[in-house]
Design a protein around this ligand. Structure first.
Ligand code: AMP
Length: 289
């Protein structure tokens, strides 16, 4: 078994992928922004289980951060990330520079309409354009058979599915379950920003989702009532701000009148300078704990 390769250029990545293809491998891609944790590694594991030649991309994409967001202070740990990739069994890590991804003169972006008009879209103008553009580029560079994304970023996954459908990108998008800390907090690179006190209060996100599930499975059919229940749980933790607390259609991400089938409960909440998101799909007929 060859060791893990590291590529910093598009050309080196294409060459390594071509070699794997000639050896008969299918290609799996796991796009990340680094500061890797068990959530990311679960995507690598899913790609390995599928038997793919696993390409992890690590790129803190500047175009998906707003001017007042955390691009400059986003956690970066290249050496640690490479160790984790190797241990998890990745075959190739693509670590491009900003200049490699966005050479001077780059003027093309990808915009996915409609799905980006709700939830995180209005709170983070331009964010999903940055995501759609960089994922398009990464898929064109790696040309994987499958690409793996976490349901932790549910709206991002929905946007990417829509994008590859609309653009006929020849890739299968695989959605993977959210990996949580033992106490329920969804794993996120941004959790590193939290003070111990904020970290404790941040449990309100997963608690609000559990409360939403209990309400819906218990018979509540009014989305506004479920949102009020979630909001009360969040407010009890004294957040710095609430971007949204929503119960929406899991396919269109649009508001619903009544809960008559599976719904997405999703929220974005600030603790200190840290914005956290979480979500769960709830089936009113119950789908286990
Ligand atoms: P990021 O590095 O935050 O851009 O995330 C890279 C990929 O990892 C995305 O597909 C995320 O949805 C996924 N991811 C991040 N956190 C988790 C988690 N806790 N569980 C599962 N997937 C995750």
């Amino acid at each position: 078994m060859a060791g893990m390769e590291i590529a910093r250029t598009i050309a080196a990545t294409r060459a390594a992928v071509a070699t794997a293809r000639r050896a008969g491998r299918t290609i799996g891609c796991v796009p990340t922004m680094g500061a890797l944790h068990a959530g990311h590694l679960s995507l690598v594991e899913a790609a390995r289980r599928d038997g793919t030649f696993v390409v992890v991309t690590i790129f803190v994409n500047p175009t998906q951060f707003g001017p007042h967001e955390d691009y400059a202070r986003y956690p970066r740990d290249e050496a640690g990330d490479l160790r984790q990739c190797e241990r998890a069994g990745a075959n190739l890590v693509f670590l491009p520079s900003v200049e490699e991804m966005y050479p001077p003169g780059t003027v093309t972006t990808v915009h996915v309409a409609r799905l980006t008009a709700t939830l995180c879209g209005p709170c983070r103008p331009g964010h999903f354009d940055g995501v759609a553009t960089v994922v398009t580029k990464l898929l064109n560079i790696v040309q994987p058979d499958r690409a793996y994304f976490g349901r932790k970023d549910y709206q991002q996954l929905a946007v990417i599915r829509q994008m590859v459908r609309d653009l006929n990108t020849p890739v299968e998008i695989i959605g993977c379950p959210t990996v949580r800390e033992p106490d329920g907090l969804a794993m996120s690179s941004r959790n590193a920003y939290l003070t111990p006190d904020e970290r404790q209060r941040a449990l309100a996100l997963s608690r609000a989702l559990i409360a939403a599930r209990e309400a819906i499975v218990g018979g509540e059919r009014d989305p506004a009532a479920v949102e009020a229940t979630m909001r009360a749980v969040v407010e009890a933790a004294r957040p710095t701000g609430i971007d949204y607390v929503s119960v929406v259609d899991p396919v269109t991400l649009q508001p619903i009148e009544r809960i008559a089938g599976p719904v997405l409960a999703a929220l974005a909440v600030w603790f200190g300078r840290t914005r956290l998101i979480d979500n769960v799909v709830v089936d009113p007929i119950g789908d286990g704990p």
